[in-house]
Ligand binder design. Sequence first.
Ligand SMILES: [Zn+2]
Length: 588
Amino acid sequence: MSDVPIEYAVRLPQRRQHLVDVTVTVPADLVAGGRLVLPTWTPGSYVVRDYVHHVQSIAASDPDGRAIELTPSGHTAWTLPDDAVGPVTVRLELYANELTVRTNHVDDHHALLVPAATFPYVEGGEDRRHLVRFDLEAGDGTVHGLLPRHPDGDDDVFVADDLDHLVDGAFEVGDLPTVDFEVAGVPHRFVWSGHGGAPDLARIAADATAIGEAAVELFDGDLPVDRYTFLCVGWDQGGGGLEHRDGSVLMMPVRTFQQPDDYARFQSLVAHEYLHLWNVKRLVPAGLQRFDYERPTHTTSLWVAEGWTAYYDELLPLRAGVWTTRRYLDALASVTTSVLDTPGAALQSVQRSSYEAWTKHYVRDENSPNAGVSYYGHGATLAWCLDLLIRREDPYGPGLDAALRLLWDRFGGTGTGYTEDDVAAAVSEAAGRDLTGFFDRHVAGTQLPPVEDLVGAVGLTFSERSADVPAAPRLGVISSETDLGVTFDTVLRGQPAWHAGLTGGDRLLAIDGLKVARGELTPALRAHRAGDTVDVTVFRGPRLLTLPVTLGEPRPERQLSIVDSPTLEQREAFRSWTGRPLSEVGAP
Ligand SMILES: [Zn+2]
């Protein structure tokens, strides 16, 4: 087999116009009848994005510069003629003006390039090395890539072992501030590509070091990279991350770093993407070992891949000392409340939620909370339940950490995917008793996570949030507010507004004939009691409607506090769980 690599070159001659020039050199032995495919999706983000949408032009030429016909093949690929000789150069112009962690964005400030959206791959050459060369002009800045640089010293050439490695890349180009630090002796870099905003890079490095070290400890000192890079973009809104083999792309509003709650979310995001370095990238669920970039690839285990990661992305900042115990417990209580309050939990198990990520989780609408669960929040709550079950058996032991380490020892870096049975076996082994019944009921089945029954294992209890003002009777909606007023984003199935016939998307105007403006929904409801019938007036599209709603009992607002007279075992279990003393649990 030929080992001629697939070569790409990138130029950014029209950054202000959001245009990227990409050339692909198809090796001679893959030219005749060769097929080029631009992926429809990128791993870690389970939705068909059809990156081909942004192709402005594509043309092929032979070694003498003569044009070669490209024929569309399927909706995101092209074929070369059977009699073509090569190597052939294929030139594309891409439009790049969508700033997310999984799409391309090029402007006068920076260029974020996501390989799946940028580089058509050559069928039959997937296992070859893929080289990416940046032909930059003065003023373009520096290239920060997640892939290794070419060993021959050319600074702006990056090397991927194969197609999957290439797609696991990501590049940031620009004149961007960076900070270097080490975790467990391994070099790490944080690259800030904010559009404005002024992060405290030294503080970010210190926090990321502490979180990274807590993660390495979780995996028994095993850090399977020789370098790691965070590429962080800033914008006026949005947030999120995408994990890669040797780094991640983060996105945060530029004001994040000046606001404590937003900064805490950023710390959690850092922990989340960093944990994926193990869980997902090297500890891989069955179904995600190889990808078909032309169509969806399914797994039933995103509740472990994402849910357990979401559980630890809040626990690690606490263990690392960058979150307070109170912040952590409030975050847990908030997730628990939303998980136990999701009507769709009766209809969709976390296993199905994982499998249906492509058509449900990533295609959210006003009915989503009624139709299913999030494998993030629901999976995190199940991880917590399993942790509590194991700690109830052994208050002095490592809890769920032990199950994660067992999975890591068995599957980490092997290329073999784990199944739900493997997860159940590891958890049962860590608990010292068979927990497959839990999986039947709460993972394959739709029984709610039994967290309220288990939380005593670590000396905690749920209580209803006490407030100086009485709780408002329940309407049963998830709403959002703008200067235009209150809109019902979701009307929760089985709740008073749903029975009355209100609908997600309805814009609230008045209750009992009195205007309800921004910030006034809760006070307006507080004027009534559970059991009262009120007239709710809304705009639904062009229609003005008034519907009578009989209000329900207030929604339980859970908070976590310490049990009365905790036992020594509860104190020890709390300490081995969080690394903190139970006495730190102050008043909510
Ligand atoms: Zn994730």
